[in-house]
Write a protein that binds this ligand. Structure first.
Ligand code: ADP
Ligand code: ZN
Length: 628
């Protein structure tokens, strides 16, 4: 598995800015290339995963050129937090949105002309108003305009997950500011969306920089779902027990599920609240704010929660139900560990989840008249990914078309499969043979549910009426649950022993390429179960350290960490900013480990630049000097 390899910065001007303002000594792969494109005013599309460090790519160029970058961004909340964060770093930035008074807006424009701000965020619909276009043109005439950056650029594409038609008009800015480079940024990995961004923005000879999608700091786990609330509570406590106090997001499928689960978690003694689009604006805002300000630990939400949430120390993202696609899974789990510190993504899975999604998609299709085939395919891909039981980092990367080399001896150290948390089925060969025989003997014409029924010896109407109770294989796997067998069928599909055929929305199983050899017992087939299927695995989960190679803090260090965290919270409250904007968890940990005793040592700590040193250095030095 690649480490989070960094390159030292080759351009001295960029290196100086990154060190002085952000306190970073190195740039991540792709960051420097993207920054160079920005500085040189070339068109560019940068694709980096969530937490990959896209913001730095559009923030740095303006500092180097001394000009102004205009950033199109879809959400006001995100703009505000970014501006506050930049200001704390001593970087002049502002946001133009509906909440800004005309006079204040004029002041911002004046500052853009006189060089005291380098970055202006605005929503796309504002950027294309005649008024703004005039401002843009005059900034350009005065040689003050450095570049135009488009954040969350996938919003421009109807193939993406968050289409916003107003992004389409951004192309108009090309005529207003001819010769100015446009830099687009997204975490969306599909080539179709990428091509669409380039086309819709009219990027010319665009350099396309695609980073590694793998997020080595995330630990992926799948557990069979039996008692959702118990499993979520256990996971949260497991994190607490190693001194991890970051936030948790739990994704549910329906609004009602979020409310029920939040209530159950409260009964488990956790500090939880529900969030979904059906709540009042006021309630939603208050949940968001509480989560950002770290006064709320656990948000139980539908996928409506997330895009505006930039909290960097989310340590656990739970999916209480299977997400609707691998893309959605990547997107939602991506909200964990944005600060690069270890975090966990736990998926509670039941094979019935797919059926639930299929019904929902079916209803949706009936209402809209759209063809559900594409969505159903995405569901199947997600299911196969869960069942595949290979390294999950590798499976995710492969899904997005990137190879990820993992030493099989060592594993990735950050997924349930590589950590050896899955339970291997001792009778794999026999179970596989029986399932394959059932498929063969029933004529390769039935779906997974029927195959499981026959194997388990069901005397249901569908089995009896077809005489399938008379088959020699009927009931040979009577001791297995339907959920388990259905998982095994998914695994047989993932290795090519079986194939799904979908006709008229009905799914049947037939032999795949390796079907015959698996049925004959040639070669090894290893079937396995995720954690939670059997009872023996519980202990193992508890003992497990989450994430990989974290900076592990001992007891004393944890006490110190909590002290610094408390200090960070009070500073954040005083200034009316979210705590992570003051210092990230990574910086707090580095402070605890490095124990700087003076300002010079402090400036060496990752994440502390000159402005933050001046603002907070002394209070943090004071807190560090006290005995634990
Ligand atoms: P994205 O917008 O791609 O989701 P961000 O720009 O929010 O990611 O960056 C994620 C985190 O990584 C932030 O906490 C940021 O400070 C940190 N980061 C970005 N670049 C670097 C770097 N070169 N060195 C260390 N940390 C970095
Ligand atoms: Zn792995």
């Amino acid at each position: 598995m690649p480490t989070d390899s960094r390159t030292s910065v080759s351009d001295p001007l960029i290196a100086e800015a990154v060190h002085r303002v952000w306190g970073f000594d190195s740039l991540r792969p792709m960051q420097e290339l993207a920054i160079n494109a920005g500085v040189e005013g070339r068109d560019c599309l940068t694709v980096l995963p969530t937490g990959g460090g896209k913001s730095l790519c559009y923030q740095v160029p303006a500092l180097v050129t001394g000009k102004v970058t205009i950033v199109a961004s879809p959400l006001i909340a995100l703009m505000r937090d970014q501006v506050r964060g930049l200001e704390l770093n001593g970087y002049g930035a502002a946001a133009l949105h509906s909440g800004v008074e005309p006079e204040e807006a004029r002041e911002i424009i004046t500052k853009a002309f006189d060089g005291s701000i380098n970055l202006i965020f605005a929503a796309p619909e504002r950027l294309v108003t005649p008024g703004f276009k005039t401002i843009l043109a005059s900034l350009h005439d005065a040689d003050r305009l450095g570049g135009i950056a488009i954040d969350e650029a996938h919003c421009i594409s109807q193939w993406g997950h968050d289409f916003r038609p107003e992004f389409r008009r951004l192309k108009e800015l090309r005529a207003v500011a001819p010769g100015i480079g446009m830099q687009a940024f997204t975490a969306t990995a599909t080539p179709r969306v990428r091509d669409d961004i380039v086309e819709q923005l009219g990027l010319v000879d665009a350099e396309v920089l695609v980073g590694t999608f793998d997020r080595p700091n995330l630990c992926y786990r799948v557990q069979s779902r039996n008692k959702t609330a118990d499993q979520v509570a256990e996971a949260v406590r497991r994190h607490r027990s190693v001194g991890d106090s970051g936030g948790t997001i739990v994704y549910c499928l329906s609004r009602k599920d979020t409310e029920t689960l939040a209530q159950e978690l409260i009964e488990h003694g956790l500090d939880a609240d529900a969030y979904h689009a059906g709540l009042s604006e006021k309630k939603r805002m208050s949940v968001e704010q509480a989560f950002l300000n770290e006064t709320l630990d656990v948000v139980v939400a539908t996928v409506a929660f997330g895009m505006g949430i930039d909290r960097s120390n989310v340590r656990l993202v739970v999916h209480a139900t299977m997400p609707k696609s691998v893309e959605a899974y990547q997107q939602e789990t991506g909200r964990a560990g944005r600060d690069g510190e270890p975090a966990e993504c736990l998926l509670l899975y039941s094979p019935s989840d797919a059926g639930r999604w299929e019904r929902l998609i079916g209803f949706g299709a009936e209402e809209s008249g759209a063809d559900p085939a594409g969505q159903l395919r995405l569901i199947r891909e997600m299911r196969t990914m869960i069942a595949s039981m290979g390294c999950r980092h590798q499976a995710l990367s492969e899904y997005f078309g990137q190879e990820l080399a993992i030493d099989p001896e060592v594993g990735c150290k950050a997924c349930d499969v590589c950590l050896g948390e899955t339970e291997v089925e001792h009778d794999s060969t026999k179970v596989a043979q029986v399932l394959m025989s059932v498929v063969a003997r029933t004529g390769q014409r039935y779906g997974a549910a029927h195959v499981c029924d026959v194997a388990r010896g069901s005397k249901g109407e569908k089995v009896l009426s077809r005489g399938h109770d008379e088959l020699a294989v009927h009931g040979l796997l009577g001791s297995y649950s339907k959920a388990q067998l259905s998982m095994y069928l998914d695994q047989l599909i993932s290795i090519g022993a079986l194939e799904r055929v979908v006709e008229d929305r009905f799914e049947t199983l037939r032999f795949g390429e390796l079907g015959v050899s698996v049925m004959k017992g040639v070669g090894d087939v290893v079937l396995s179960n995720p954690i939670g299927t059997g009872s023996a695995s519980k202990e193992r989960v508890r003992g497990q350290k989450s994430g990989r190679e974290a900076i592990v803090l001992d007891m004393d260090e944890r006490v110190l960490f909590e002290r610094l965290r408390g200090l960070r919270t009070s500073i954040a409250q005083e200034r009316g900013v979210p705590p992570y904007v003051v210092f990230s968890d990574a910086t707090l940990r580095a402070l605890v480990k490095d124990r700087p005793t003076n300002r010079i040592e402090m400036l060496r700590v990752k994440g502390i630049g000159q402005a933050k040193l001046d603002a907070f250095g002394d209070v943090f030095l004071e807190a560090l000097s006290q005995d634990v």
